[in-house]
Design a protein around this ligand. Structure first.
Ligand code: 5RP
Length: 226
């Protein structure tokens, strides 16, 4: 059986090698990103001089507990490098993110980033995106309308629940997990989703990642943007 935590750790250790003094670093969310943040905490303890920009409250709390200096998103106009996780990726570096519900802040941080490094275990590599549902962040008022529009795109959507109640994101929105089957044209679907009134963002990250580092058994494999 694969040791996925070990694969994530190998990827995280490889990713932090890309960091250098003086950088502003986007700090992702999710179990893989948290391993990277722990590694960054060690590097900071040993003298690395970076400032982090968190993609969630959980990440902010973790980074603060490790004494990683932080900046607020409104204090930066560019981020040198972000290390984050993904739920699925293809070898042409298209992603589904948002399994942990933080896709909106993750996408804002990614949009500001010169380099977006994604770290994963070996289960995340797919030929076609879509086995993992596409998280779609929606203002609550529009949720039924958006669910109907998703059906027009030959998909089905479910409001994400926590303890039988709709999950409310850090921005006060709901998440719809959209199932579109295997997605032949993720860029087209991304365009169609963002045009639906009431959709704030979605978890299709198209042409955003610059590098994916995947742990596989006791090694790492690196996929670069072509
Ligand atoms: C959170 C995310 C995560 O990066 C994604 O869900 C992967 O998580 P993990 O590293 O725990 O597998 O997008 O919104």
């Amino acid at each position: 059986m694969k040791d996925l935590k070990n694969e994530k750790t190998l990827a995280a250790k490889e990713a932090v090698k890309y960091l250098s003094n003086g950088q502003i670093v986007g700090l992702g969310s999710g179990s893989s990103a948290y391993i990277a943040i722990a590694e960054i905490g060690e590097l900071v303890k040993n003298g690395l001089n970076i400032k982090g920009v968190p993609t969630s409250e959980k990440t902010r709390e973790l980074a603060e507990s490790l004494n990683i200096p932080l900046l607020k998103i409104e204090e930066v106009d560019a981020i040198d490098i972000t290390i984050d996780g993904a739920d699925e990726f293809t070898t042409d570096l298209q992603l589904i993110k948002g399994g942990g519900s933080f896709l909106l802040k993750e996408k804002v941080v990614a949009a500001l980033s010169k380099q977006e490094i994604i770290i994963t275990d070996s289960t995340k590599k797919v030929e076609f995106l879509g086995k993992f549902t596409v998280p779609i962040e929606v203002i609550p008022y529009a949720q039924n309308y958006v669910l109907a529009e998703i059906q027009k795109l030959s998909g089905t959507g479910k409001i994400r629940l926590v303890d039988d109640e709709p999950l409310i994101t850090e921005q006060g929105n709901v998440l719809i997990d959209g199932d579109f089957g295997l997605i032949q044209d993720p860029a087209l679907l991304a365009e169609q989703l963002i045009k639906i009134v009431g959709v704030v963002e979605h978890g299709l990250f198209i042409n955003i990642a610059t590098t994916v580092i995947m742990g596989v058994d006791d090694a790492t494999e690196v996929f670069l943007k072509k």
